[in-house]
Ligand binder design. Structure first.
Ligand SMILES: Nc1ncnc2c1ncn2[C@@H]1O[C@H](COP(=O)(O)OP(=O)(O)OP(=O)(O)O)[C@@H](O)[C@H]1O
Length: 257
């Protein structure tokens, strides 16, 4: 089967003051299957965001390429929704208007926009706040709105860069469950960056561990826990073993190689 996303020997260097100074990513090869949920962890500066930005079409690789459905990524596209840690909502628009925004750009008629937006607003549990402005929402609610907005335009791929990084622990766990519930219903391919090893294991069917200097793929840990994931699973011996394996690989890559 053709992978949904395929990193082919992707290398990215950054020029500093006119000199090629820094290799952010070296020889990244990675296939992500259609409908798969993968998480990416690794120490700060190992190139996680760089890899995602290349897949999003926001940055071009120095060499190599990313294929989506076998076609090279040449820029951003509607089939790839991107969610960052900063919610990036339009402050002057209500929750519903934020969620409808991309649909309006796509030329969807008003009735359809409303129907689709309300569906996703309900899925993320924000129905009572559809007419609220972002400034009146908590961080978790803003991120729920950003997720609804990304889902509304029906991207086949979601690229999420530490989307829950700024949230408190409880909200974070709730949003993980909500995201997984949406993922099981709407099956998109998800690439999700996180610093949180528990989160990485809880969400993914595979955890991609990266290493730094130069940024590269270090190891892939398969998470053979069934979906739906439950809070009880977090306490299980299997979960704890997987978490320890990922933790060791991230923080002691040489020892765990
Ligand atoms: N535009 C840029 N110019 C110069 N260097 C850059 C640029 N963007 C990223 N880098 C460097 O490339 C390396 C990888 O950065 P990247 O943001 O991809 O890492 P990361 O793994 O996502 O880090 P973090 O976990 O801290 O967010 C870093 O050392 C960073 O300083």
């Amino acid at each position: 089967m053709t992978p949904k996303i395929s990193f082919k020997n992707v290398r990215k260097t950054f020029d500093i003051a006119g000199k090629t100074a820094f290799t952010a990513l070296e020889g990244l090869n990675l296939d992500i299957e259609d409908g798969e949920f993968i998480t990416v962890v690794g120490p700060s500066g190992c190139g996680k965001s760089t890899a995602m930005n290349i897949a999003a079409g926001l940055t071009m690789p120095t060499s190599g390429q990313v294929l989506v459905d076998n076609a090279p990524v040449k820029g951003p596209g509607p089939e790839r929704g991107v969610i960052f840690q900063q919610y990036a909502l339009f402050p002057w628009l209500t929750v519903r208007e934020n969620v409808e925004f991309g649909l309006q750009i796509a030329g969807k008629p008003k009735d359809e926009r409303r129907r689709i937006a309300d569906h996703f607003i309900e899925l993320v549990g924000l129905s009572d706040f559809a007419n609220s402005l972002p400034k009146t929402l908590s961080g978790g609610m803003k991120q729920r709105c950003a997720i609804a907005r990304a889902y509304a335009v029906n991207p086949k791929i979601l690229l999420m860069d530490e989307p829950f990084g700024a949230l408190d622990a409880l909200t974070r766990v709730q949003l993980q469950d909500q995201l997984l519930a949406m993922w099981s219903k709407e099956r998109r391919t998800v690439m999700f960056i996180t610093h949180d090893v528990d989160e990485a294991v809880y969400l993914a069917s595979r955890v991609v561990v990266m290493a730094a200097r130069p940024g590269r793929l270090h190891k892939i840990v398969n998470v053979d826990l069934p979906y739906p994931r439950t809070e009880d699973m977090r306490l299980s011996a299997e979960f704890s073993e997987l978490r320890n394996e990922v933790w060791r690989s991230v923080y002691h890559p040489a020892a765990a190689a």
